[in-house]
Design a binder for this molecule. Structure first.
Ligand code: NJP
Length: 233
């Protein structure tokens, strides 16, 4: 069942940047698939922003292959096509590479979510995006362009930036656009304690995502680095 409206899948849709993109994209006429582990939050968000014909919520742990296969299956059952995927699920956990507590399990969760999870989403959804000449958008970070001493989160985001460019080259002839979004500090639940200094809102970043998404088909914005005014690194 192919649909007239465009279909956008968002991972990490339960809060923060993903939630903000869902709200803006719905207003722009997209049908939305909300994916995150917190089923209740995404169900509440789905009913807040639309109706069940246009927005569905699919519980998904991106670090799990079968869970992402189910996300693809549910998307196609509901809407029959995928026009854009915002690969946004991510977190920062664990100690720096030297110092702090030994936290190998937290490192594993971060790497499996931020790196493996992104690769799995791309692998499963790219065949659908090739069919629609669609758009893949990936949330990296300013720390996927610069780095900080001993910061493993930064290394995972360099991996995302690298994957974005690598995928762009891979599917260059297929008409699929690829955009890497690199936010500075954003005021979202990502932070256990609100950081000092200037912050973007989730909506500020969502506006950048929509800017890339709403370009004409012949315009491929490949990278957007957006800091709050006054953030130095
Ligand atoms: O943070 P938050 P942001 N499987 O915590 C989901 C990057 N970034 O919006 O699963 C599936 O509100 C989680 O949902 P749940 C950051 O690295 C941020 O700021 O229910 N989903 C939630 O929806 C990340 O890539 C800043 O817990 C999983 C979402 O991910 C992206 O921006 C700066 C999951 C996280 O939302 C969005 O983060 C920067 C899993 N295994 C980059 N694990 C910043 N906030 O300052 C987590 O440079 N999620």
């Amino acid at each position: 069942m192919a649909t007239e409206k465009k279909v956008l899948v968002i991972t990490g849709a339960s809060t923060g940047i993903g939630e903000a993109v869902a709200k803006l994209a719905y207003k722009d006429g997209y049908q939305i698939v909300l994916a995150a582990r917190s089923q209740q939050k995404i169900e509440a968000l789905a009913s807040e922003i639309g109706n069940s014909k246009n927005v569905i919520a699919v519980g998904c742990d991106v670090s799990d292959w079968a869970s992402q296969q189910n996300l693809l299956k549910r998307t196609l059952e509901a809407f029959g096509q995928v026009d854009a995927v915002f690969v946004n699920a991510g977190l920062s956990k664990g100690s720096p590479i030297l110092g702090g507590e030994d936290s190998p399990e937290e490192w594993k969760e971060m790497i499996l979510t931020n790196v493996y999870g992104v690769a799995v989403t791309a692998r499963l959804f790219l065949p659908e995006l090739i069919k629609t000449k669609g758009h893949l958008l990936l949330t990296s970070s300013v720390l996927g362009r610069v780095t900080r001493p001993g910061n493993l989160y930064s290394a995972t985001k360099w991996a995302v930036t690298g994957m974005g460019e690598s995928i762009r080259q891979l599917i260059n002839d297929d008409g699929v656009r690829v955009t890497v979004i690199e936010p500075g500090r954003v005021d979202t639940p990502f932070w256990k304690e609100k950081p000092q200094g200037p912050l973007l809102s989730a909506n500020d970043v969502a506006q950048s995502v929509m800017f890339a998404l709403n370009q004409p088909k012949n315009v491929s914005i490949n990278e957007i680095l957006v800091r709050p005014t006054g953030q130095i690194i």
